[in-house]
Design a binder for this molecule. Sequence first.
Ligand SMILES: *Cc1c(COP(=O)(O)O)cnc(C)c1O
Length: 266
Amino acid sequence: MNNSGAAKGEKAAASDQPPPMAGSSAMEGVAGAALRSIIQRVSQAAERSGRSPDQVKIVAASKTKPVAVIRQVYDAGHRFFGENYVQELLEKAPQLPDDIEWHFIGNLQSNKVKPLLTGVPKLAMVETVDDEKIANHLDRMVASIQRKPLKVLVQVNTSGETSKFGVEPRGCVELVKHVSLNCPNLEFCGLMTIGMLDYTSTPENFKTLINCRSEVCRALGIAEEQCELSMGMSADFEQAIEMGSTIVRVGSSIFGPREYPIKLPA
Ligand SMILES: *Cc1c(COP(=O)(O)O)cnc(C)c1O
């Protein structure tokens, strides 16, 4: 007795199988499917916070991810993407469709303002304005290249950690006033926070940002609805939305883990 007949039989049976079905998830790619699941969770969290899903924008944080994968998410219908490094954005943006709304979400140095604004003429928003100097640089560059006013968020360091991530909460109103009153080419749209240095955040960080918004709106005499809150990432976007976030920046939950780590500013 030997098993070769059975083995052959199995093999033959296996090769008679039709090829795996090209189901919709295979067609759209892993990232496209992940996006749909994130949209679902965002919608549910928005409803839990008594808002409609279209009141929360998902910015797909695509740093370190190749253009082909970003393209899959674009093809799944997404139009809002965020990048952290000027050089990386300058390489990717021209290879991708023109109707993408790019958000710059990284630490921005003054000497990168010109390449950023000239290299990405349709840049939609800079979320990381954290001092007057960078605000002034952006304001002057927008004027000099004669593009339309640039939407900005003021980044707040809500963790209390010594870091370069954002203005301290107590300096927030003053910086927002500077942007609103002295930077006619910038359009102040709200506040952003990352949370901790290691890119985690806590409900306390979100609470601090919410308090900053109250102070800012009182000082400027504007409604809270006119001040976006960009808070929440892969690990905590649902909680952030339940607390009132209007922009969530989601990376690894859409694109998978990053192959090289986030560079922290030196
Ligand atoms: C990378 C990044 C994110 C996304 O982080 P994930 O945890 O991967 O979702 C959000 N905000 C900023 C500023 C980032 O740099």
